[in-house]
Structures are given as structure tokens and as C-alpha cells.
Ligand binder design. Structure first.
Ligand code: NAP
Ligand code: F7E
Length: 326
């Protein structure tokens, strides 16, 4: 039985990847940082699975990671943990950069010392392309990061490449474009919109405040994207891969898709709050995942409209049940 360690297990992607690997017969060690509230909602469905073990780990704790490698002897490590909110990274830059850049450095150092055969996945991001005007972006496009978060992801991305070349590690980076789901964090724009629409529809909220509606993103489904992570570590050679849908839509498009299907008026319920704008914005992201299609045989299954509908129907059902105990 293969063993995989997943950092960031309580996050959106960690929960989908764990389910995917458990279904493939892996033993999964999920790593969670300690918090004063338990925060295991996304992993409660498999918490008691006999092939799942939850352990504590923080990205700043090198010794802990060494001990976990020695104890579990994994074949694969997926580094998904991060302070992943771009706007928050402007507010807490030092904490963000320490976790996002130094976390993978500490892990790669541990891997090369304990067992250089362990395969490593790094969660790189389309935010690394930042303000590069030449979209669509592929693995060779210039990285022009526009936030502390993206700068730190560029550091980690380059480091993975450096450890691959210098020490022969099987270390791969998935350059994932935005991916969403009913498990998306509630302060990311898609989920903020689907939750607000559900609450407005049920008479529990009146206004939704948003920032820049013009930004465009290449939005896919997280459940599809975790398969690509796994496929990268099954290849003979490590590499970098763009994972995207190849379609881009504005925040306003997402808002309209959700509000139209809920039969709600944007004019009546949505207001712009300037405090939600970022010091620097990434205006346009569009991925070209030709390499992943050819080499990994990976394809996105769920696209924009279906994704928006899936998220809204999940939230309206959940909030109705919570509010009215039906
Ligand atoms: P997420 O929902 O924000 O989950 C992040 C996870 O990291 C959470 O489990 C969080 O724990 C954990 N974490 C944060 N700081 C930590 C620390 N110092 N030590 C240990 N754990 C820590 O993010 P996601 O959407 O699943 O994304 C997964 C990864 O892909 C991240 O690295 C993100 O930057 C990257 N990425 C995401 C997207 C996307 O569109 N979702 C696109 C490209 C790249 P808590 O639950 O305690 O906060
Ligand atoms: O913003 C605009 C905002 O926070 C999307 C992370 O997973 O994907 C994510 O980063 C757009 C931006 O995601 C609000 O200005 C408008 O243009 O949902 P978001 P993100 O910044 O694209 C990348 C690939 C990652 O790697 C990250 O980890 O929406 N926007 N109004 C808003 N955004 C938020 N959050 N809240 C608003 O009210």
C-alpha cells in the first residue's frame, strides 16, 4: 500500500485529494496545524477511515516534518498548505511569505536528507503570472507576480525546479488556475457570492459587498484538479504543468450567472466596497493546459456555468437546512 502525506488537509484541495487517494487505496497522512477551534468540517466524512491518519504540522516546523517522514515513510508528499488568500497576503506579508516560500524549502530539505526518492508535489499558482500581458499562459510564460502571496509562490516554484536539477528529486509543480467548489473558503469571491445569493434568496441577508468586478479568472472545479496533482507524481520524470480550463470569465460574469439563476436583482442587492480592492490587482488570467492534456491525459470536466450552479445549489440547500431546520 502506498503512503501519501498531504499538508493543508483541512483546506479545499486537501480534502478532495485525500478522498481521491483513499479511493485509490492509499494510506493518507493528513497534516493540520493546531487551531483553537477544531475546523475539520471538510474532512469529517473520512476522518474515521482506517487508512487515514490526522497529525499536527505547521509549515514553520522543520523538525516535525523530518519526524513525520521517518515515521510514515511516504512515497509521495503533496504540499498544499499555505496562507492562500491573495488580499490577506498584503495585510500579513511576513506570515504569508514565511509559510508559502519557506514551508516548501523546509520540506524539500527534509526529503533530500531522509529519502530523496520521495515524490513531491508543490501547489504553484496562476497568480505567479500576475501582470504579464501575454495571455494565455503556459509553463514557459514569464512570471510577473503582483502580491506577497504570488512572490512567495514564485520563490517556491523556482526552488522546486532547483532541487529537481541539483539533487535529482522527483519534485513537480502544478501551476493551477483558480479552482472552486462547494468546499471553497468562504472569503474567496465565488463562494462569497454563492453564500450571499442563498442568504438573500432566503431573506437572511440584504446586501452583498464586493470589490473589483472586472477581474477575469480561469475558473475550474477543485475535484477535477486534484486528479492532475496525482497524475504528475505518477510520471517517470518530474515537471511543471499548467492546469486550467482554457476559458476566462469576469467576477461580474460569475455574479450574473448566480444571481440570474436565483432570480435576484444585482442592482438591488450588490454594492461596491472600495476597501475590498487590492493594492495591486491581477486583471486577467487564462491558462493553456495543452501540455497536461498531452502528457498527463488530463482534461477539465466541469466548466464555468456548471460550477456556479453546483456551488449555488449546495449553499441554498445547506443554509435552508441550517436556518429553518428542515
Ligand atoms: P485553502 O483552502 O486556503 O487551504 C489551505 C490549507 O493550508 C488549510 O488546511 C490551512 O489550514 C493550511 N495552512 C495555512 N497555513 C498553514 C501553516 N502555517 N501551517 C500548516 N498549514 C497551514 O487552500 P486551497 O484552495 O485548498 O489551495 C491549496 C493550495 O493550492 C494552496 O497552497 C494554495 O495556495 C494553492 N493554490 C490554490 C488555488 C485555488 O484556486 N484554490 C490555485 C492555485 C494554487 P487552516 O484550515 O488551519 O487554515
Ligand atoms: O479573487 C476579485 C478579486 O480572492 C478573485 C486563491 O485560491 O486563486 C485564488 O486567488 C478576484 C480578484 O481569488 C471580491 O479582486 C472582487 O480579482 O476569489 P479570489 P484570487 O485572488 O484569484 C489563485 C489562483 C490562488 O493561487 C489563490 O490561492 O475577485 N474580487 N470582489 C474579490 N475577491 C474577494 N476575495 N472578495 C471580494 O469581495
Amino acid at each position: 500500500m502506498k503512503t501519501a502525506i498531504i499538508t493543508g488537509i483541512t483546506g479545499q484541495d486537501g480534502s478532495y485529494l485525500a478522498e481521491f487517494l483513499l479511493n485509490k487505496g492509499y494510506f493518507v497522512v493528513g497534516l493540520k496545524r493546531r487551531s483553537s477551534t477544531i475546523c475539520t468540517d471538510r474532512i469529517d466524512s473520512f476522518y474515521d477511515h482506517p487508512n487515514f491518519k490526522l497529525r499536527y504540522y505547521n509549515l514553520n516546523d522543520s523538525g516535525c516534518f523530518y519526524r513525520l517522514l521517518l515515521e510514515y515513510k511516504p512515497q509521495e508528499v503533496y504540499n498544499l498548505a499555505a496562507q492562500s488568500h491573495v488580499k490577506v497576503s498584503f495585510e500579513t506579508p511576513e506570515e504569508t511569505v514565511n509559510a508559502v516560500a519557506m514551508g516548501p524549502l523546509r520540506q524539500l530539505e527534509a526529503i533530500r536528507s531522509v529519502d530523496p526518492k520521495i515524490k513531491f508535489y508543490q501547489a504553484s499558482s496562476s497568480e505567479m503570472f500576475g501582470v504579464n500581458p501575454d495571455a494565455p499562459y503556459n509553463e514557459k510564460s514569464r512570471l510577473m507576480p503582483a502580491s506577497p502571496y504570488a512572490c512567495a509562490k514564485v520563490f517556491a516554484h523556482n526552488l522546486v525546479n532547483n532541487y529537481r536539477e541539483s539533487y535529482g528529486l522527483h519534485a513537480s509543480s502544478g501551476i493551477l488556475f483558480n479552482h472552486e467548489s462547494p468546499r471553497r473558503g468562504e472569503t474567496f469571491v465565488t463562494r462569497k457570492i454563492t453564500i450571499a445569493a442563498a442568504k438573500i434568496k432566503l431573506g437572511l441577508q440584504d446586501k452583498l459587498y464586493l470589490g473589483n468586478l472586472d477581474a477575469k479568472r480561469d475558473w475550474g472545479f477543485a475535484g477535477d484538479y486534484v486528479e492532475a496533482m496525482w497524475l504528475m507524481l505518477q510520471q517517470k520524470r518530474p515537471d511543471d504543468y499548467v492546469i486550467s480550463t482554457g476559458e476566462t470569465y469576469s467576477v461580474n460574469d460569475f455574479l450574473e450567472a448566480v444571481f440570474d439563476s436565483a432570480n435576484l436583482s444585482i442592482e438591488k442587492h450588490v454594492e461596491i466596497d472600495p476597501s475590498l480592492f487590492r493594492p495591486q490587482e491581477v486583471p486577467y488570467l487564462l491558462g493553456d493546459c495543452t501540455k497536461a492534456k498531452k502528457k498527463l491525459g488530463w482534461e477539465p470536466k466541469i466548466k464555468f456555468k456548471e460550477l456556479a450552479a453546483m456551488m449555488y445549489s449546495y449553499d441554498i440547500k445547506r443554509i435552508r437546512e441550517l436556518a429553518f431546520e428542515v
